[in-house]
Design a protein around this ligand. Sequence first.
Ligand code: NAP
Length: 283
Amino acid sequence: MRPIEELMRGKAAVVTGGNTGIGYGCAQAFVEAGMDVMIAARREDLGREAAARLTALGKGTCVFQPCDVSKPEQVKALVDAAVERFGRLDGMVNNAGYVPAHLDACDMSIESYQNVLACNLMGEFYGCKYAIPHLRKTKGAIVNMSSILARVGQEQTAGYSSTKGGIISLTQTLSIEEARHGVRVNAICPGHIVTDLFLNEMKKVADPEAYAQRCDHYSWLGRGGTPEEVGAAALFLLSPWAGYITGVALNVSGGMEFGTIPKYYAFDASAERMREDEAGSRS
Ligand SMILES: NC(=O)c1ccc[n+]([C@@H]2O[C@H](COP(=O)([O-])OP(=O)(O)OC[C@H]3O[C@@H](n4cnc5c(N)ncnc54)[C@H](OP(=O)(O)O)[C@@H]3O)[C@@H](O)[C@H]2O)c1
C-alpha cells in the first residue's frame, strides 16, 4: 500500500465542528496529508483563525464556512460550498456536538433532550444526506463522531448518550445502503479526549484536579487522548487503507470501555457495598 499522504493528496473533505477540539485534530491530519478541507462551526472568529493556521502548514488548504448543523439548510449550503470550492468531495466528517447539563432523565427538560438530538444526531444525519450524492461520484467515505458512551452508558447523560448510540445505528444502516455505490460509512467512538468539551466539564465539578486525574485513569493507557490521535483514526478511515472497512464504530479510547467506567463512575457505591459484604462473609 502506498503512503497515506500519496493516496490522499488533492482530495477534499468537510469537517463539522472543525474550529476546535477533535474536529480541528481531524482537519489537521487531513491538511498534513495534503488534502483540502472545509471546516464548519458557529464561532466564526475561531473558525477563521483555525483555517489560517492549518493552511499555513503549507500542505493542503483549509477554509472556514459558518454553519449551525442543527439547521438542515445550512448543512446543505456547507456541502455545496465545499464542492463549489474544491470541485469534488471525498470525505465528510460529521463531528459537531455538545454535552448538555448533567441531570437524571426525569429532571431533564424535553427541550434540552430535543436540542441535543437536533445538533448531535440530526446534524450528523443532514451531513450524511447532503454529502452522499457527491461522495457517490468520488467513491468517498463518511466518518461520524459517536462516543464511547454509546457503548457503556453513563449516568445523567440520557440525551447525549442517545444521540451517540443513534449515530452508530445511522452509520451501520448507511454503510449497507451506500456499499453498492462504493461509499464507505464508519464511526469513531472517542473515549476521554482532552478538548474544550472536557475542560468545560471540569469547570462544573467541585474538585477539578481530582476529576482530571480520575478521567486520565478511565483509560488503561493512564492518560486522556489527543485530538490528533482521533484525527489519525479519521484519516485512516477516509483513506484507501481502510478500503475494506465499512459500518464499524472504531473505539479510540485507550481501552476505557474495559471496566474503568463502572469502577470509577456508576458503581462506586455498589462496589463499596460488595467489599463490605465480602468482608462480612469472611468474618
Ligand atoms: N472530548 C471527548 O472526550 C469526546 C468523547 C467522545 C465523543 N466526543 C465527540 O467529539 C465531538 C467533538 O467534541 P470535542 O471534544 O472536540 O468538543 P469541543 O472542543 O467542544 O468541539 C465541539 C465542536 O462542535 C461545534 N459545534 C457545537 N454545536 C454546533 C452546532 N450546532 N453547529 C455547528 N457546530 C457546532 C463547536 O463549534 P461552535 O461552538 O463554534 O459551533 C466545536 O467546534 C463531539 O461530537 C463530541 O460529542 C468527544
